[in-house]
Design a protein. Structure first.
Length: 190
């Protein structure tokens, strides 16, 4: 029976009318996300990540990690507990199709220059790509809110966040608090 379900699911995906577009209707399960992440995935609350334009694969994996206890968040865990895998895919695909908008943050230019130098030194673009646009399981970090970038780097460094393949934990261990602040200015300003 499971094989039949998979075959039917694959057949239905082939009948899809095309990729999700920004103008497509929001999945019902995504509505609750908008309270913090904004109507189009551009956050309305400080320190909340932008979902618009993020890779759908990355978002799906993060939702699954919150649900399965590999990533902790007092806010997110209750939001995802009842989502099915299909719900998570639909939400992720929809937000990935939205257009990212600049966040209201004015980076310190001297700190941003130092942040860029540190990003170059630690080879951040090897995973996050040029422009820090992300790929597959690697998030887009360009234009993410300053507070969110700083918190994630600090959490990786403190091993409070460990749901990566070890890359961010290793890199963040080499960063000072000043480096993290500078990287926040650089990435939030992209």
């Amino acid at each position: 029976m499971t094989r039949l379900k998979l075959t039917l699911s694959a057949a239905l995906m082939c009948l899809n009318l095309g990729p999700v577009r920004a103008a497509d209707p929001m999945p019902a399960k995504a509505a609750v996300c908008t309270a913090c992440h904004g109507a189009t995935g551009n956050p309305v609350i400080p320190g909340v990540p932008a979902l618009a334009g993020q890779t759908d694969r990355y978002m799906y994996l993060q939702l699954r990690d919150f649900q399965e206890g590999r990533r902790a968040s007092d806010q997110m865990v209750p939001m995802v507990k009842d989502l099915s895998r299909d719900d998570m895919r639909a939400v992720s695909t929809w937000f990935a199709a939205q257009k990212s908008q600049p966040q209201p943050f004015q980076p310190d230019s001297a700190k941003a220059r130092l942040g860029k130098a540190k990003a170059d030194e630690t080879l951040c673009t090897m995973c996050h790509l040029g422009g820090f646009s992300g790929q597959n399981e690697v998030p887009r970090v360009a234009g993410q809110p300053f507070d969110y970038v700083v918190k994630q780097l600090r959490d990786f460094k403190a091993r409070a966040r460990t749901n990566d393949a070890g890359s961010m934990t290793s890199v963040s261990a080499t960063l000072s608090d000043t480096d993290i602040d500078n990287l926040g200015h650089y990435l939030a300003g992209l």
